[in-house]
Design a protein around this ligand. Structure first.
Ligand SMILES: Nc1ncnc2c1ncn2[C@@H]1O[C@H](COP(=O)(O)OP(=O)(O)OP(=O)(O)O)[C@@H](O)[C@H]1O
Ligand SMILES: [Mg+2]
Length: 422
């Protein structure tokens, strides 16, 4: 079939914008989730600052009238302590000793306080009159500095162009094979809120779910965030409890999803999210935080039509850069000649295209019996296909002893699996 013909068939009229979009774009978001303490002695100032903080996403604030005994859990401390210059200087020194980034907020700050602030590397001084204009920028600069010092796992979302295309099968395979090839801590996040199937297909027994983590968000420290997940070697799974989404009370906790994702990112090496259900208001933060989006399609017109609409939502409406989007043609067969990889690439206008071959018997026995990896060793082609995706786009270090095996697979695989842009 000609590209023009396919394009004519799949072109859709503009669909309505996402309602969530306005909510997401109105607030400014920090590049990293910041857990900040504000030491504030005046109730009026506290009220004014709380208003400003509420306009910033990715920021968790706790107020206190004095420096608490335990403050190492905070990424940043802001001091709005009025004229109490002796106390301010002591607090600045204490924070500097613990290397906690500090901001000074207030009007007419005395010279010797400013001098102490400079001596102990306070990051910035903001007058209350200019807080509205300066706060987001200053916090963004602080967040970027903190970000540089931390290892942050990228999120790769695997999203269905159309339901049933194989996003869960591919997510499971990518997770298990990546964990097998490297030492990195890999997290599989089953974000199919209704019919999450990864626990079954990977043979994991989950007893703590995404909803539980969202409920317990405040108490999840660096240790808890790792131990809450079901784990096998270096592969961890956080799955959704089936039908938990029908409980509207539970849904309210999804406001903490971004915060939870940051906690997961800061304690692991790679996060793979199965978004089989496509775009969903509750899981949008996951899409927006993704450094790559793999869209799973099949070689048919309906799949391409829905995928084109999805790409339109992601790029034109949510502002996601097209270069982050890659296509995986699942159940690919060279025998399907009326829609070739060339056609798919041109019609969807995406350069990076990968294929996963068709093998229904193998895929369904993996899905039904658990542990795709062990089954996949019987199927060299699908294993190669998945390895090719990992090697091309996953930011992981392949273990030395696996590298030889891996490059052998890839040398052959490159020749015929990856669809190179011409
Ligand atoms: N490469 C493949 N070859 C053959 N069958 C496959 C392949 N990939 C997936 N399947 C089969 O297709 C069916 C759907 O797969 P899967 O559950 O992964 O899709 P999904 O996109 O996650 O679906 P849903 O929209 O319901 O979440 C399963 O029976 C699976 O075994
Ligand atoms: Mg699925």
């Amino acid at each position: 079939m000609s590209i023009k013909k396919i394009s004519n068939i799949i072109d859709l009229p503009d669909s309505k914008p996402l309602e969530q979009e306005e909510v997401i774009t109105k607030k400014q978001s920090l590049p990293l989730h910041i857990n900040a303490l504000v030491i504030c002695t005046s109730d009026d100032t506290k009220f004014a600052l709380a208003n400003q903080f509420s306009l910033i996403n990715n920021l968790h604030i706790e107020f206190s009238k004095q420096l608490p005994k335990q403050f190492s859990q905070f990424d940043l401390v802001m001091l709005a302590m009025g004229k109490d210059s002796t106390n301010i200087k002591i607090v600045i020194e204490q924070l500097a000793k613990e290397h906690i980034p500090t901001l000074l907020l207030g009007d007419d700050i005395e010279h010797d306080v400013i001098r102490t602030a400079m001596q102990f590397n306070v990051q910035d001084v903001i007058t209350l009159a200019t807080v509205e204009q300066e706060l987001v920028n200053t916090l963004t600069v602080c967040a970027n500095k903190i970000l540089k010092q931390k290892k942050v796992a990228p999120i790769i979302s695997i999203i269905n162009g159309k339901s049933g295309s194989g996003a869960s099968f591919i997510s499971g395979c990518l997770g298990e094979i990546t964990a097998d090839l490297c030492q990195d801590e890999i997290v599989l996040l089953d974000a199919d809120l209704h019919y999450g199937s990864l626990a079954d297909s990977l043979n994991f027994k989950a007893d703590y779910f995404l909803n539980d983590a969202l409920n317990d968000i405040e108490s999840l420290d660096n240790t808890a965030i790792k131990s809450m997940m079901t784990k096998r070697k270096n592969l961890s799974l956080l799955t959704s409890k089936t039908y938990a989404q029908l409980d509207s009370e539970q849904n309210k906790n999804f406001v903490h999803l971004e915060q939870l994702l940051w906690k997961i990112k800061l304690n692991h090496d790679l996060v793979l999210a199965d978004l089989s259900r496509g775009l969903d208001v509750l899981t949008l933060p996951l899409v927006l935080l993704s450094s790559q989006i793999l869209i799973v399609v099949q070689q048919n017109i309906v799949s391409l039509r829905e995928t084109k609409a999805l790409i339109h939502q992601l790029t034109d409406r949510m502002g996601i850069n097209k270069s982050l989007i890659k296509i995986i043609v699942n159940r690919h067969s060279k025998q399907v000649t009326n829609i070739t990889l060339d056609d798919i690439k041109n019609v969807l206008a995406i350069n990076d295209i990968f294929c996963v071959s068709n093998n229904y018997q193998l895929a369904s026995s993996c899905t039904d019996l658990g542990s795709p990896l062990s089954k996949l060793s019987d199927n060299k082609i699908i294993h190669k296909d998945i390895c090719c995706i990992i090697e091309q786009i996953f930011p992981v270090d392949i273990a030395v002893e696996k590298a030889g095996f891996f490059s052998n697979i890839l040398r052959k695989a490159h020749d015929f699996i990856r669809y190179e842009s011409r």
